[in-house]
Unconditional design. Sequence first.
Lengths: 725, 128
Amino acid sequence: MACKNTGIINAAELKKKHKKLTEFGFEVKEINRGYADRSLYIDLSNNEIKVKPIDGEMKNKFTGGRGYGMKYLWDAVNPDTRWDSPENEIIIAQGPIGGITQYPGAGKSYVVTISPLTDLPVDSNVGGYFGPLCKFCGFDALEIQGKAKKDVIVFIDGDSGMVTIEEAPGECVNSHILAETLTEMYADSEEDKRNVSVVSAGEGSEHTRIGILNFSYYDLRRKKCKLKQAGRGGIGTVLRDKKVKALVVKKSGVKGDSNNPADLDTIIKHGIKLHKEIYDNDDKQCRMRVHGTTQLVDAMNAHDLLPVNNFQYGEHPEAPRIGKESFEKMFDLGKPDGCWYGCTLACAHALQDFEIKTGPYKGQKVFTDGPEYETLAGVGSNCGIFDPEAVTEANFYCDTYGIDTISFGTLCAFVMECYDRGIINKEITGGLELNFGNWEAQMELMHQMARGEGFGVVAGQGVHRMKKLFAEKYGADKDFLNDIGMEMKGLEFSEYVSKESLAQQGGYGTANKGPQHDENWLIFMDMIRNQMPTFKDKAEALYYYPLFRTWFSIVGLCKLPWNDIMPADNHLTDEPAKVPEHVDNYVALYKAVTGRDFSREEMLRQSERVYNLQKVFCLKMGKGLREYDYPPYRAVGPVTVEEYKSRRERYDKQLKEHVGIDPEGMSVEDKIKALREYREDRYQTLLDAVYKRRGWTENAIPTVEKLEELGIAYPDVVEVVRKHL
Amino acid sequence: MKIVATKPELCTGCRACEEACSKVLFKDINPEKSAIRITEKKDGGYDINVCNQCGECIDICPVQAIYRNKNGTVMIDRDKCVQCYACVGFCPSMSMKYQKDIIGPFKCISCGACTRACTTGAIFMKEV
């Protein structure tokens, strides 16, 4: 595939090569109070397309977004289904609030599939225009099942009411080119480009298990497509396995009332209030409008939480080089950087004319999205790389190749530690000198993933599979690899050092999809502010926050405007960590969109149904029990002598004050052992408390009573649970 | 460009400007539909709030619906507007308005109707 040119996009010529396989007409249905009450189903194996009604039971029990995704996937797969089985689906769903233009962060889509990394249902959230535009075509969800024989593009045209599946042999799959090409191809004019959104992956998705979906949206001022990523769990790998080159939606005429809410006035008033809050406070708080999430590099580094050299350490003197001030200088600021209309938190910054130094686009000056915190920490500090241009290039290539920056960062850090410690060598890596800090080797590893060559393909299988390979084939110490390989359930950790926060260890450990922080981010509350001193407090937090955060994913909202901007008087409230005024905003928004009664309690209940279905789903797919909730020890405490010595004072103090052992005269190895016993024991106690609070058995199984209480004790759900009880 | 300039100390609070404005913009006599607003101050006297055509709203609009016309006045293209109201929250002088019966934000268009209705000279057109 000729993917080298970025300058010329010959959309008309490429379009001529398309072969229409099928077309399907549909009625463009208006939304009623946040819902279309229909989904669009496409089976690529036989080119079947149909519109499916969504009934009241589905709506009442699973709300939308991730809830709909989980239920559709549950119905579609069996315990033997794997990521590349034809019956596996990719479901992209919005939610009732998704698509409103007035309240910041209301354009999120939620994507669900069986993950190639974990064999479990994975959910990943993403901005960009695809979700809302798809919804305004009259679909609350899009289900893609089956596999095409040759590369296809699915085009959903909400202006003419037509879905087509087209063989598309010519286009380059790499997203920064493909999104531009298809936007050009399917838009009627320059002005029409904002009505088109493309979902695509890239060459890296084809040869690894860490593929992503890029969701595009057209930036009217810069005249370029920007990309947002559904990054976690390898969804792009599934997309390319289905031979989908891209999903394209087109829908013009989006207005502030397209979601047809019950009470638009209330939504507008809350939206204006938050816009004003951001205008007044963002400069004094997180400065998301200037720094985006890059500001977290500095914040995490200051608190010993920034992963450095495969999570060994939590800070590095060079970290500010990849922090907010560097990127403030590099970002093209001053333009609206929201990833959906009306998001004035505007964290999606971009760089103009960034010169690429390696790979197929070497020497080209590209427009690229700016790296987010997770990327900076993952491909940057965690790999010992502190060059802002290097991490920007890694971010550009990860996006365009369709590779998850988090999994890539964490697996590259693992490889680098193995290389530094001599567990693997140059012979095994095919000549790549993968020492910490070697960004050129890191980039070559990534290019190999895109080309499907060499050690890149090995690494692209993820940490879980590399551990097994290194132990079985190269004689590595399996226990040591299990201690330092930062994955759980098959998914790589996201980028926070959790050693000093038991609650965060539990947050990572009990997360349904694997160790990702979107369910829980409790480090500051737990470690810095000591707001949850007892196991009961931590268990309560590990009950509340996953459910509260799940709610964003079922209604179509972004988490960031919840607590990355806060009312000026938030610190005076009873529970500042919950940002009570914003929670009340959400209750008001839900009521105003749907016209239904609603409360904070019902918000948790809605999430709890979806969360427990997903938990049972994990059991159905063969994982989900307590044994899968144990993190690698690197996430819990110091594994090596160097790690212990680097924070000796802290650990010695803990041995003395918490464990009751006098460290004086003990060898470092003995101290590590004693600390480990203590920490692992506390983790077990935490799991007991968390499972109990969640209404699960001590083996992490939701009880039948719990499922009945939630109203999801369907026979096939109960059957799964009973097998384990 | 011409803007509506103010001398609040001359305002008597008669609100003739609000009536004139809402009449021109929306063919209605309703102070909530006026782009110029008079508020009584606690310690006596009046505040006059009206757009100074600074144009900060132009950069905040995600769909380029806000622009400066050939006279320099900041205008809203209602066809392009997606009613996100970012411009209302981000207006430095809080002069971009929302009213529930009107679709989309609205603002002063420097037509001068309010200044013609003012009998005290508290508002007047000024070339800047």
